[in-house]
Design a protein around this ligand. Structure first.
Ligand SMILES: Nc1nc2c(ncn2[C@@H]2O[C@H](COP(=O)(O)OP(=O)(O)OP(=O)(O)O)[C@@H](O)[C@H]2O)c(=O)[nH]1
Ligand SMILES: [Mg+2]
Length: 371
């Protein structure tokens, strides 16, 4: 691939090189470099809490990007400032529609976001796109694919695209993503699109931060082939059979009927809403207006019934519990006593000298012991 006319998105740290360009030679590893460069970028010039807050509220894209970088930093001092900034932004947040998009790799999620995002901008909306990919530190490069696939969208002033925060646990990624949603909403984005990969725990996590959850599939793959578990189908408000173009259109309609049938037997994810199955072509834009109509209908119904508000409240409470769980787990595994003994105790379990329950009790005793 040629590096013709590459440009850098605004989340790029100031001194970053070509590895942050939108058009880029595939396979460049940049994850570690990104982290260290952005840490330096924050250190070089920390703004005051007011400067961050006012910048975000004034829709200053540069400050918006820097605020998110601050949130994503694991540095203790940055975290303290970030929390104050968030506290001030909180009253201005919450007014968006949050849409989660999941699906098998290659189903066309990013392409869909590009065409759906442009459609929404045309309707006068402001769109923020976030990705949650806890595996991105391992797989690398998936974000590069996203950036090239959302090329037109990323040039739009009323759109803001932020890749998954790098590094850390799913818990860490989740916290950062939720806080990033808060900041984007305070900046005035009224539609938040969150893309996640269709593997492991990330769907459940994204479901817990969005109002509407969409599963993107392709025709004729068969459930096993598409790696879609029944559990995921129970989380969704709509299924989209994408790539319904050319020869595929017929197959897509057959799949649509199959999934409609399958959904019929499942518990709906949102009380009072029967999950819909739609077909689209992210490439041609066919089916996009219908997707938006479905989402608007969902919003109207769930707001009228109070389910929308109830879910938002439940999500906030759940968020607090997640933070507590994560921080206790963190504290446990970084405890010196635990660190000293854990390998030995694990070894004893493997050799059958001790039961798992006893092993856990011993470790917890060590954790609670005053040194
Ligand atoms: N024919 C056709 N091809 C599509 C459509 N949508 C996406 N594609 C193609 O499918 C490939 C994968 O698209 P992506 O948008 O990257 O898929 P994704 O689901 O975001 O992939 P990951 O992020 O890697 O999981 C690309 O080559 C797209 O051009 C569509 O509606 N029709
Ligand atoms: Mg993608």
């Amino acid at each position: 691939m040629k590096k013709n006319k590459s440009y850098k998105p605004e989340w790029t740290p100031e001194n970053a090189g070509e590895e942050f360009a939108v058009k880029i030679v595939e396979g460049v590893e940049y994850q570690n470099q990104k982290q260290s460069v952005s840490e330096k970028a924050i250190k070089r010039k920390l703004l005051s809490v007011d400067e961050y807050v006012n910048g975000v509220l004034k829709f200053d894209r540069n400050i918006l990007a820097r605020t998110i970088t601050l949130i994503e930093s694991n540095n203790h001092q940055h975290q303290e400032i970030a929390q104050q900034v968030l506290k001030n932004l909180l009253p201005y947040s919450g007014k968006s529609l949050r849409i989660g998009i999941t699906g098998i790799p290659g189903a066309g999620k990013s392409t869909l976001i590009e065409s759906f995002g442009l459609f929404l901008l045309n309707q006068g909306h402001k769109v923020a796109v976030l990705t949650v990919d806890p595996s991105s530190t391992v797989t690398k490069g998936s974000i590069l694919g996203d950036k090239t696939r959302m090329e037109n969208l990323s040039k739009e002033n009323n759109c803001f695209i932020r890749p998954s925060p790098s590094g850390g646990t799913l818990g860490g990624v989740t916290r950062k993503s939720r806080e990033t949603i808060t900041v984007c909403e305070a900046a005035g984005f009224d539609i938040i699109l969150i893309e996640t990969v269709g593997v492991g725990q990330s769907e459940v996590t994204v479901r817990s931060m969005v109002d509407f959850f969409l599963l993107v599939l392709i025709a004729g793959g068969g459930d096993e082939l598409q790696g879609i578990k029944r559990g995921i189908m129970e989380l969704v408000d709509a299924i989209l059979i994408n790539k319904a173009d050319g020869d595929n259109e017929k197959k897509a309609n057959i799949s649509k009927a199959d999934y409609e049938n399958a959904l019929h037997y499942l518990q709906p994810a949102t009380k009072g809403w029967k999950p819909k199955v739609l077909t689209t072509s992210a490439l041609t834009g066919k089916g996009i207006p219908e997707l938006w109509n479905t989402i608007k209908e969902f919003e109207k119904l769930s707001k009228e019934s109070g389910v929308f508000e109830q879910r938002r409240k439940a999500q906030l409470v759940e968020w607090v519990h997640r933070i507590i769980e994560d921080s206790i787990i963190d504290e446990f595994y970084s405890n010196e006593n635990v660190k000293k003994s854990i390998r030995k105790i694990e070894d004893e379990i493997i050799k059958g000298k001790i039961t798992p329950t006893l092993a856990a009790e011993n470790l917890l005793k060590l954790f609670k012991a005053k040194d």
